[in-house]
Design a protein around this ligand. Sequence first.
Ligand code: ATP
Length: 351
Amino acid sequence: MAVLRQFVPAHWAQDPVSAGFVRDLALTAEQLIIKLVLPFVDYGLESDLRQLDARLCQVSGAKAVKWQFGQDIATLSHASNAQDVPGVRNIIAVSSGKGGVGKSTTAVNLALALRQLGARVGILDADVYGPSIPMMLGVTQATPASDDGKTMSPVAAHGIVANSIGFLVGADDATVWRGPMASKALAQILRETRWGELDYLVVDLPPGTGDIQITMAQQVPTTAALVVTTPQNVALADAVKGISMFRKVNIPVLGVIENMSYHQCSQCGHQEALFGEGGGLRVSQQHQVPLLGQLPLDATIGRHMDSGRPTLVAEPEGDLAQRYLTLAARIACGLYFSGNTIPTRLYTRQV
Ligand SMILES: Nc1ncnc2c1ncn2[C@@H]1O[C@H](COP(=O)(O)OP(=O)(O)OP(=O)(O)O)[C@@H](O)[C@H]1O
């Protein structure tokens, strides 16, 4: 325990003992068995912890250390008084100040990365003006089923569940929705979907700071928001507006994600900062929000999205997937250590 107390894994705010994650510790003739149960998903933790093996063997007399991991994702508190969404533990809003910065691409890959790390994940396409999630998940022909005429089952794709106004009205019709009608559509689709048990529901917001964002603050129990930006000054200025808006409406901003940070040549691997350098970091420092990750402008990301097989599905072992997995773990970790755990409610559904 003393050895474990001295070790704080990357992005954690506490060591595993103080955080209460050590569930079991047993010494057999040969092995020291340590079981950790985490309230968030993590990535690369075992290789981090393996650095302790030699020291643990020395103090315990064991020949080897066996690490065991379990996961019970915590429900974190949210600032709004909005009613819970049955079965949904945490809601993460993905936003951007400007359109076209790669918010939906990031939201989809983030949801799939959380899933790959072992969480139960859903995605809600709240971009009621231009829903793109059905296309990105390759399920444009799907329709959420309803057996009672009041609620609907989300569409399953690549291990996650999804719902989008695009499934219900067709992408072109959605663009005419404005103001209260769009907000009502979001609230309705969120509450009338039978999400099942989810650790994380990722919500892809429309760009900007409009009615939908206000609805997220007032009617949705949002745990925290992420702001996606590119390094260009125009995008950064709008990202700052987004951060201020979330703060005004009491939604914690977990951090900034810089997309299209640099261009990586698919032929020679050369990296070039097409849109300038250091923008995301500047915003993060000036507005006291962490820079959670930087993703390259890479033509394969766009191609994967267009084919309906996002990078996490098309190349789950590739370098880009590793970046999304690292980002997802950092978000899950940050959400846990910056929030307050509340008891997870048990729901029964009337049939
Ligand atoms: N890192 C990236 N590298 C290459 N292409 C990308 C990257 N991120 C996004 N794209 C591409 O950029 C385009 C815009 O992305 P996306 O739809 O995710 O943006 P958005 O911010 O959600 O836009 P909007 O909110 O206006 O709908 C898409 O064609 C997508 O495939």
